[in-house]
Design a protein around this ligand. Structure first.
Ligand SMILES: [Zn+2]
Length: 257
């Protein structure tokens, strides 16, 4: 637990902690340059309430998000917390799809960065040409472009595409990551974003690409699955998240209000 502020009357400590982590995540996404004005969204499941999750109020900029701003909704889109705001319908569709399909996932992130959309629009998607891409490709799937995701019928399609992956490339649209914690989902996005940025940099340079041997690609994907698991030496987000919160406390405090 890292929250230093107390939950408001009537709210459990688990929900407050999820709110603090999620508000921090919005600010960190903005700090890294991945926000899209008011667009896209990040969700966190409410601990002890598997059918309830938190989303941003549509209208807040991400660098100003606070724990108390976030809106609790159920899997049918009903608002379950006191608020004057409302959630983005596309956000509800994407996040309810993932959280319903994956009970072990507690946070889902969605971005529209130039690098993420840049790679999502390429026929070959993320190419196995860098070590960073191999880290991500071991846990990555694709969903065909489905237009604006406001139709709840889209949920089945998104759920089928993400399977057991942590990174989902929405073709022609952007990236989604999923994690058991907010920190895990954030670090998956960090890795995916970086791998996409590198691919674009390589392509923009126009030099001939040195390929990685196919057998080595296969071996690396298998090894990455092991290293990124709880048995590996770098379980995703565990060490990074407290460090990221310390950074946020230095440069943009107040998310835990
Ligand atoms: Zn989107």
């Amino acid at each position: 637990m890292n929250s230093r502020t107390k939950p408001p009357a009537g709210m459990g400590a688990g929900e407050w902690q999820a709110r603090v982590d999620l508000a921090a995540c919005y600010r960190l996404v903005d700090m890294h340059g991945w926000s899209d004005l008011l667009g896209t969204h990040i969700s966190a499941r409410v601990p002890g309430e598997p059918d309830h999750f938190l989303l941003n109020p549509y209208g807040n900029l991400w660098d100003e998000m606070c724990a108390s701003d976030l809106i609790k909704v159920d899997m049918d889109g009903n608002v379950k917390s006191e608020t004057n705001g409302y959630v983005n319908p596309a956000g509800f569709t994407i996040h309810s799809a993932i959280l319903m399909a994956r009970p072990e996932v507690n946070c889902a992130m969605h971005t529209h960065t130039p690098a993420g959309v840049g790679v999502a629009t390429q026929k070959g998607g993320l190419l196995p040409i860098t070590q960073h891409a191999l880290h991500v490709l071991a846990h990555l799937g694709y969903a065909e472009y489905g237009g604006f995701e406001t139709d709840p019928a889209e949920r089945d399609r998104i759920a089928a595409a993400i399977e057991d992956h942590n990174v989902l490339v929405l073709k022609n649209h952007g990236l989604i990551t999923a994690g058991r914690s907010v920190g895990e989902a954030f670090v998956w996005m960090y890795r995916a974003e970086r791998a996409c940025k590198m691919q674009l940099a390589i392509q923009q340079a126009g030099a001939e690409i040195e390929p990685i041997d196919t057998a080595l690609v296969e071996k690396s994907l298998a090894l990455n699955k092991e290293l990124n698991s709880d048995k590996g030496h770098r379980p995703i987000g565990k060490n990074e998240w407290p460090a990221l919160l310390r950074k946020l406390d230095r440069v943009n405090p107040g998310y835990d209000q």
